[in-house]
Design a protein. Structure first.
Lengths: 450, 318
């Protein structure tokens, strides 16, 4: 019983479920309790033990069906076969000159007899020997297909075809060989789907986290969206954590006395003074002008997700004039919100001075000593007045200013970049052009209260 | 183990029938979860939207198995002294006051301070014994001689630290009290934790639990639930109101009505002696189903269409 179950765990891990050894033990015990007879019951049981979020439940149901649909074929066919695995097939994947007369002969016999059940069993057996369940990347399909065929005795078969006198027999063998190739390939692709989907996904996701935001391909946008959301949620959990810390050793006399009033003021309970960790209030200014349009999409996406997760976030977008987009992000669904923001503020040529002036005129009162201002932009104002004086005033009023720039540091100050002039007023001025950067900077901000 | 209720959980079908006898209509995953929880000695973590019967499941299980239900509502700032145990300070103080006079006679004959201290050490444990222990829900559940159903409600509202504190209890059904030692459950309680996904629970906690997700029920199940909870509703009414609510759930609303709202609505309609749904009555009682003004405003103009469809689609109940 353990064998198929272990294979299933591997497949489930492939589908992105995190199954720890402890959970696989639990699952095995659970299956012992309910038995294997009833498929629906087995599914319920494993789902209870292995899948721990609604998303995981969905992924689980999918992989369960896929896995056991495949198992059904194997089972039905295995019944029909008395079982003559090609045990004497050439060993070693690269075995060039393997003899394998028996194997080759058996293979030829099976092909000639068109014994599908025996062929399927042989493929299954060879796949197990080749370690097919370790397949991880789509580039390995050909490799595994070749190994399986070799183990089944392809070379001996080729020799037999070559040696066979022209005519019916050779033609039939050739036809059978080609069909077998196709079948094995299909089999391997199915295994890839089963075991390696999570692996491939994880690989792509890791890659995406490190790719420059502006260089991300359109077809990856959906995946990015998921990543960004997960990140925002993670950050929000961190943010929502307990914001108080006991300062042990510093007695809060007033509260201690009050707590112990019932016992004539004899201090059974000591109450320590607490320090409150400030939750940062965030005001975000996001440049969405033409020069950063590619990256702005993702910054807005991030803003949107962050807005879902944190309360009291004020966001503004600008290229020339500053537009308050808090309401848009709050009320519109994401598909509508981002194009709407871009339509209102985007694609112009940026003018930081004007945007800062707008902010000072209308929104400066948002800033107080708890507020952190985050500016997302490249600091290229097309040679307009940078108005660093306003930024200086904002820095004075607020707790700090954090400037995240998608450009590499070496480019700061070249051409029309005003970055070196802005930077002195910011507590942090950092390069931020991948998801990892973004997460690190914002995470630090939220952790120590800015 | 000779636990009287052990036999009741002999199979998944028996579990389902048992829950039904307590007025809880369970679908297959739910009864499987309860069955496994008992046989694997594992807690169940129940997640799902508000009002789908997460808490109700614990109540029904307790009623059916004839066990006491011990409920602990979680909230921010919940700590050990409220969840596990506390010393009865008042009683300790009172006893020391009352015994003050006796102390003199106990210590009187000792010659020096050291000897008196030694003597005192001998009796000091008196005040930190079972007598002065005030058990809170978790400890009560462990010490219940015949077992219990422990409901840890809305665990996501408690702090992360508390979650970590629960781990020992959930994996071994034991807790450590420094002054007394380890308290282990004679009969492991059935533990249910509920969560509304206010925040993500830690992996360590999730790993120790069976994870049950209860969603909004499909029409047939919901009709059975109504039949069981509001027996006064006529079959016609039941079909129509379930079909109506099912349709409401397909709309884009702030808060979708869940089972508890359907039950409330059915009760209201029964109270109003409604033989079946009609337009005016639905309009007037919409506030039972929908909890946001904006939702009510959004639905009100569509009531007629929904009603027509509901009448057409009303599903027959088995």
């Amino acid at each position: 019983m353990e064998g198929p179950l272990l294979d299933f765990f591997r497949a489930a891990r492939g589908a992105g479920l995190r199954i720890s050894p402890a959970e696989s033990i639990d699952a095995t015990r659970a299956v012992q309790v309910v038995g294997l007879a009833d498929r629906a019951r087995l599914k319920d049981t494993l789902s209870l033990v292995l899948a721990k979020t609604p998303e995981e439940k969905r992924a689980f149901a999918e992989v369960f069906d896929l896995f056991f649909r495949r198992g059904e074929f194997g089972g039905a066919q295995a019944d029909a076969v008395p079982g003559e695995p090609p045990a004497d097939a050439p060993q070693g994947g690269e075995g060039e000159g393997g003899e394998g007369e028996g194997g080759g002969g058996a293979l030829a016999r099976m092909l000639l007899a068109d014994d599908r059940a025996a062929l399927a069993a042989a493929v299954e057996q060879a796949a197990q020997e080749a370690g097919l369940s370790n397949i991880a990347l789509f580039t390995q399909v050909n490799l595994f297909a070749r190994r399986i065929l070799e183990r089944m005795g392809l070379q001996a078969l080729e020799r037999e075809i070559a040696a066979a006198p022209d005519g019916d027999r050779a033609d039939r063998l050739r036809l059978g060989r080609d069909r077998l190739r196709g079948q094995v390939r299909e089999f391997v692709e199915q295994a890839l789907l089963l075991y390696a989907r999570g692996e491939t996904e994880a690989f792509r996701e890791r890659l995406l986290q490190r790719t420059r935001l502006s260089a991300i391909d359109r077809r990856d946008h959906e995946r990015m969206r998921v990543l960004v959301r997960a990140m925002a949620r993670r950050l929000a959990t961190q943010y929502g954590r307990n914001r108080r810390r006991d300062r042990r050793g510093v007695l809060d006399v007033r509260r201690t006395l009050r707590r112990n009033m019932g016992w004539e003021g004899i201090p059974f309970h000591t109450v320590w003074k607490q320090e409150r960790i400030q939750k940062p209030k965030l005001v975000v200014l996001c440049d969405v002008s033409g020069s950063v349009a590619a990256i702005a999409q993702f910054l807005l996406l991030f803003l949107y997700s962050l807005n879902e997760a944190l309360s009291g976030l004020r966001s503004f977008a600008f290229s020339g004039n500053l537009v308050d987009v808090s309401d848009l992000l709050e009320h519109l669904p994401i598909e509508a919100a981002i194009p709407e923001v871009m339509a209102r503020a985007g694609f112009g040529s940026s003018n930081y001075g004007m945007a800062l002036a707008d902010f000072e005129r209308e929104h400066l009162r948002l800033l107080d000593s708890h507020t952190t201002v985050i500016v997302l932009g490249d600091g290229r104002g097309n040679r307009t007045d940078p108005r660093t004086d306003i930024l200086a005033r904002m820095a004075e009023r607020s707790k700090q200013i954090v400037w995240l720039n998608p450009e590499y540091r070496t480019l700061w100050g070249t051409g029309d970049s005003d970055m070196p002039r802005y930077a002195p007023h910011c507590r942090v001025a950092a390069v931020c052009n991948t998801l990892q950067h973004l997460e690190r900077v914002i995470g630090e901000l939220l952790r120590d209260g800015g | 183990m000779s636990i009287p209720w052990h036999g009741l959980l002999s199979s998944i079908e028996a579990t389902e029938a048992g829950l039904q006898s307590a007025g809880y209509i369970a679908n297959r995953p739910i009864s499987t979860a309860l069955y496994l929880a008992h046989h694997l000695r594992k807690p169940i973590l129940v997640e799902g939207p508000a009002g789908v019967g997460k808490t109700e499941l614990a109540k029904a299980a307790a009623a059916w198995l004839g066990l006491p239900l011990i409920r602990m509502q979680c909230y921010e700032g919940l700590d050990e002294s409220k969840a596990l145990y506390e010393w009865k300070y008042g009683k300790q103080l009172l006893y020391t006051q009352v015994l003050k006079d006796r102390l003199g006679s106990v210590l009187g004959e000792e010659p020096g301070l050291d000897a008196a201290m030694r003597r005192l050490h001998g009796v000091s444990d008196l005040f930190f014994s079972e007598e002065f222990l005030e058990p809170r829900p978790l400890l009560r559940a462990l010490r219940e001689p015949g077992g219990a159903v422990l409901l840890i409600d809305e665990v996501d509202k408690a702090d992360q630290e508390f979650e970590a504190f629960l781990l020992e209890l959930l994996s071994d059904y034991q807790v450590s009290i420094p002054e007394i030692g380890t308290v282990r459950a004679e009969v492991a309680p059935l533990v249910l934790l509920t969560s509304n996904s206010m925040r993500d629970l830690g992996d360590a906690l999730k790993r120790r639990c069976l994870h049950l997700h209860i969603g909004l029920p499909e029409a047939r199940l919901e009709a059975r639930i109504i039949a069981s909870r509001v027996p006064g509703a006529s079959e016609d009414l039941r079909r129509q109101l379930v079909a109506f609510v099912q349709q409401l759930r397909t709309l884009d609303l702030k808060k979708l009505p869940s089972v508890s709202e359907t039950i409330d609505w059915a009760r209201v309609l029964v109270l109003l002696h409604a033989p079946q749904l009609d337009h005016g009555m639905v309009r007037e009682t919409l506030n039972v189903l929908l909890k946001f003004e904006s939702d009510i405003e959004a639905v009100a103009p569509q009531v007629n269409d929904l009603l027509l469809k509901a009448r057409r689609e009303a599903v027959p109940v088995r």
